[in-house]
Each structure stands twice: as C-alpha cells, then as structure tokens.
Design a protein around this ligand. Structure first.
Ligand code: NDP
Length: 294
C-alpha cells in the first residue's frame, strides 16, 4: 500500500507516518524495524543517543525493501555539538547505519545556555546538506525563541521540528510558529507514550474517554484515532512499538476520516503539561552522554 507523504520545504518527500525506535532495546530493534518495513512503513526515526542505529541499519539491509525506498532519520546528540564535532557525529551515525547518505539529520535538542555551539552544530548540518550527504536537515525540541535565534544566524530553514505532540500536550503556539516558517511539525510520543510513565495525575491518552468514544464510533482503536488526528492536522507522526500487532494497528489509519468537530474535541484535551524534559533545562552537564564510535 502506498501511503500519503509530506513534501519538505526543500522539495524532498517523506512518508506521512513513520516508525520510532526510542527505548527499543538494541536486541529487539532488528525485529521491530523488519516488522515495520514488512507492514508498509517506509520511514524510520532513530537517534545517536538511542544506541540502536546499527540495528536499524541491519534491519534495512535485511529487508526486501530497497534502501532508496526507505527514509532514514537520525539525530545528533548534544555531546557532539560544535562544527567539527557534528561533522564527526554524522560519520558516526552513517557508519553505524551503514549508509552513505542520511535522508534527514536533525539536532536532537537546542542547548539554550550554549546557543553558539548549537549554531555551530547546525552549520555543520548545512555543510553536510551542501555536500549531498544528507537530503534534508532539521531540529527537535526547538522552542520559538530557539528558532528565531537559529534562523537569524544560519542559512537553511529547518525542514522539520520534531516535538512532543499528543492530545494531552499540543503546543499549539509552537505548531503555528513552525508552520509560519515552512517547518514541518513532526510529533514525537504521538499516542502519548511519554505520559504512560508518569504518576497517576496525568493518566494515559489510551484510556481517555473522549478518544475512546471517537474510536468506538469509527470501529478503530484510541491509538489509531490519535494518529489520524495528527495526519489530518498535517503533522508527521512516528509511533513506536516492539509488538507486531501494534505496529500493524498503528499503520492502519488510512481508511477513515475524523470530522472537524472530532478533531476539535481532541484538541480540547490539551492539559498544557509536558511529559518530556523542559527544553530550557537541557545542558551538557545534566544530559550529556558520550556517543560511541561505530
Ligand atoms: P509513542 O507515543 O509512540 O508510544 C509508545 C508506547 O506506546 C510504547 O510504550 C508502546 O509499547 C506503546 N504502544 C505503541 N502502540 C500502541 C498501541 N497501538 N496500543 C497501545 N500501546 C501502544 O511514544 P514514544 O515516546 O516512543 O515516541 C515515539 C517516537 O518518537 C520514539 O520512538 C522516537 O523515535 C521519537 N521520540 C523523540 C524524542 C525527541 O526528543 N526528539 C523524544 C521521545 C520520542 P510497546 O512497544 O510495548 O508496544
């Protein structure tokens, strides 16, 4: 089945639904990615910091799907920020993935307290893009002021901003800022994964009664309704699972439509409470971890 795609601001297309592997242990990654590719996913989102790029690359090589038909995205961790360091970060990721060209390479976080280093890292991405080693470049967890600073000091507008978006944390202002700049919103924890680990105060989006009622109405599951909500609001989503049945379930979202009032009802569930770390709190002292050589 051919799934819809989004066209990035440089003309490159990417599938409208991808597959995430954060917290997928390396010894489960090959099977998970193989299952995703067999299901029909054609976009895998990994990161240097996830420790499973090598296994993602291995699954791609084992798959019957050709490399050219798979969109590979990975992220440079903050420990590798700086111009030369980030160029070397590309070599490490490409080496582990076993590819010459990465389809989308993004900065995993901004370093608000060391923004010059963030800019240097992004300039390295621009160089890699100019050399054809990456087909598109972008950022993750950038807030509006980070984008303003980046855009003022660099040449290429990021193709994507990968940010936490699910029904309980929507970041509507940031979504609008991205769109204004022609930056595609990419939703991480798209079915609220980050909230499942919280204390009881937040609850799980999977058990939300509003989402549940909409799911029942359409003969779909809560996860499918959330993924459809992203798609219809022009956000790319990258759900993660290690279970083949859920991997298939999360892909089966192309045969129904949510009406505008159902989309609005899901929008209204926003709590304004972030599941992930505050982007302003990211420092190399607290979050830095060395990224090993290939
Ligand atoms: P998701 O919203 O994708 O949820 C994943 C969780 O939900 C897992 O616990 C998974 O368990 C479970 N799950 C998956 N499908 C279903 C289903 N159909 N029904 C019930 N439970 C389900 O959260 P993630 O935090 O994993 O985010 C997705 C991806 O986003 C990551 O893998 C990563 O690629 C990216 N990400 C990026 C971040 C960034 O800073 N840029 C931060 C966090 C994530 P199981 O595997 O057991 O099925």
């Amino acid at each position: 089945m051919t799934i819809p795609s989004f066209t990035l601001n440089n003309g490159v297309t990417m599938p409208a639904l991808g597959f995430g592997v954060y917290q997928t242990p390396p010894d489960e990654t090959i099977a998970a990615v193989e299952s995703a590719l067999a299901t029909g996913y054609r976009h895998i989102d990994t990161a240097a910091a996830y420790g499973n790029e090598r296994e993602v690359g291995e699954a791609v090589r084992r798959s019957e799907v050709g490399r050219d038909d798979i969109f590979l995205e990975t992220k440079i961790w903050i420990s590798d920020f700086g111009y030369d360091e980030t160029l070397h970060g590309f070599d490490k990721s490409a080496g582990k993935l076993g590819v010459e060209v990465i389809d989308l390479l993004i900065l995993h976080q901004a370093l608000p307290g060391e923004f010059d280093l963030t800019v240097q890292a992004y300039r390295a991405l621009e160089k890699l893009y100019g050399e054809g080693k990456v087909r598109a470049i972008g950022v993750s967890n950038f807030m509006p002021d980070h984008l303003t600073r980046l855009l003022a000091e660099t040449e290429i507008v990021p193709a994507v901003n990968q940010i936490e978006v699910h029904p309980y944390f929507r970041q509507s202002e940031l979504l609008a800022v991205d769109t204004e700049h022609g930056i595609l919103n990419q939703a991480w924890s798209p079915i609220g994964g980050i909230t499942f680990y919280r204390d009881g105060s937040h609850g799980s989006t999977l058990e939300d009664p509003v989402i549940g009622a909409i799911a029942t109405e359409h003969g779909k599951t809560p996860a499918q309704v959330m993924l459809r909500w992203h798609l219809q609001q022009n956000r790319q989503a990258i759900p993660k699972s290690v279970r083949p049945a859920r991997i298939a379930e999360n892909f089966d979202i192309f045969d129904f439509d949510l009406t505008p009032d159902r989309l609005t009802a899901i929008d209204a569930l926003d709590t304004g409470i972030r599941g992930g770390p505050q982007p302003e709190d990211i420092t190399r002292e607290t979050f830095g971890v060395p990224i090993p050589e290939p």
